[in-house]
Ligand binder design. Structure first.
Ligand SMILES: [Cu+2]
Length: 158
């Protein structure tokens, strides 16, 4: 094979690779989000409390923004998304945006999920399910670890 033919083959292969990449990109640009939920944990209520706060990080590897609409858990009667502004908890009515190729962090002193009416004692170290519903991506269920009310927040999310 001569040098120029080889170069032509390489150019052709690069061209095919470019086409494949373009195809994948256009397939995904039907405004998809790609959601992963990481480092979920729940603060054990201070006895005899029935309110627990849940924290996690949401990563969106997709080309479209998404919105966290609601979080549900069988341990509580109801849940509310809370933001913290000027040191005060405020209910978030219309969800929280997760940017395209970005992340959203619910951390101590910032956003969290308030689980109201926790129906049984939670034990530090146990795992409870959280179901996060996103506008585009649908529902993702994750295991959240219960952290004792006197224990430090996990460093990844604290
Ligand atoms: Cu709150």
């Amino acid at each position: 094979m001569t040098r120029s033919v080889l170069a032509g083959v390489v150019v052709a292969l690069l061209g095919i690779a470019g086409l494949l990449r373009a195809t994948v990109t256009s397939g995904a640009s039907g405004a998809a989000s790609s959601i992963t939920v990481l480092d979920a944990w729940v603060r054990q209520p201070v006895p005899p409390g029935t309110q627990a706060a849940a924290y996690f990080t949401v990563r969106n590897d997709g080309p479209a923004a998404d919105r966290l609409l609601a979080v549900a858990s069988p341990i509580g009667a109801a849940t509310v998304l809370h933001a913290v502004r000027n040191g005060t908890m405020q209910e978030v009515a219309d969800g929280v945006v997760v940017p395209a190729h970005g992340s959203l962090r619910f951390a101590v002193g910032a956003g969290h999920v308030m689980i109201e009416g926790v129906s049984r004692p939670l034990t530090a170290g146990e795992v409870v399910p959280l179901a996060l519903t996103f506008e585009r991506f649908g529902t993702v269920t994750v295991d959240a670890r219960v952290v004792g009310y006197l224990d430090p927040a996990p460093s990844a999310t604290g």
